[in-house]
Design a protein. Structure first.
Length: 266
């Protein structure tokens, strides 16, 4: 005797245990550990304030693209905080500023996702307040330099090229283009998206940290001109690190059957 089954169709979905904002906690722990581990490796000296930049800056955006804004920001913030204690040589002159830079970078990267899975909150507008925030940071940074410390407008614009180019990439539709490239199954497109995306997010993170350092340490105008050729080279290196590591990590995640975080971009 056959029975007809009535009712709405059900979906069976694999889960990864306890999750934060749709990202398994195990992923947060693993990526926070990666950020902390890469904090041991310095790649450039902070001429204006002393200390070194950690190599982990190259993967802040990647963490956000994998975990989403909330989980990514938490993972990067915790990983960087651990790095401040275990690798003080890359903590910078104001350690908490570097923790903030890691968290806001991953949050901004994760907020690029426009995925609308069932039950997922709508976040396709989060980029708007973030963009306003970054523009305000840039105005505070350049405004103090030009109006208070006598830095020429030309020098200020050249010095902050990485920052304002990152803001433009985030505000313009290039943000969604980069998101699509990262989500592409084509390795070349993925690599291009990772490079452009890391340049953009690293530039925003650099701005968020530097504006704090400038208001605390107030380095002289001469430093602004000295840093003009150095800052883009540093950001280029961050972008290369993010591209190389990110291509391998995302390709590996796609090849496995691990749970995909709800707000993941890949």
């Amino acid at each position: 005797m056959s029975q007809e089954i009535l009712g709405a169709e059900r979906k069976v979905k694999a889960v990864g245990g306890v999750a934060i904002d749709g990202a398994p906690v195990a992923y947060l722990i693993a990526l926070a550990a990666a950020v902390a581990a890469l904090s041991f490796i310095p790649f450039s000296v902070i001429l204006a304030a002393g200390g070194s930049f950690p190599l982990s800056q190259g993967i802040y955006a990647l963490v956000g693209w994998i975990l989403g804004p909330v989980a990514g920001g938490i993972a990067c913030g915790i990983g960087r905080l651990i790095g401040v204690f275990v690798a003080p040589h890359t903590a910078g002159p104001v350690p908490l500023a570097s923790v903030w830079g890691a968290a806001i970078a991953s949050f901004a990267a994760g907020a690029m996702s426009t995925a609308r899975e069932e039950g997922a909150p709508r976040r396709d507008w989060w980029w708007i307040p973030l963009s306003v925030f970054f523009v305000m940071e840039w105005l505070l940074f350049v405004g103090r330099a030009v109006l208070v410390n006598g830095v020429s407008v030309q020098v200020a614009l050249l010095n902050t090229f990485v920052n304002w180019s990152a803001i433009l990439l985030y505000v313009l539709p290039t943000r969604t283009l980069i998101a699509r490239l990262i989500g592409s199954r084509n390795i070349a497109a993925l690599a291009a998206g990772l490079f452009l995306g890391t340049w953009m997010i690293a530039g925003l993170s650099h701005l968020s940290v530097t504006v704090i350092l400038y208001y605390i340490l107030n380095w002289p105008p001469e430093v602004w001109a000295t840093l003009i050729p150095i800052i883009p080279m540093e950001n280029l290196f961050r972008s290369l690190v993010g591209t190389v590591i990110g291509t391998g990590v995302i390709a590996g995640l796609r090849a496995t059957e691990l749970v995909r975080p709800r707000s993941a971009l890949y």
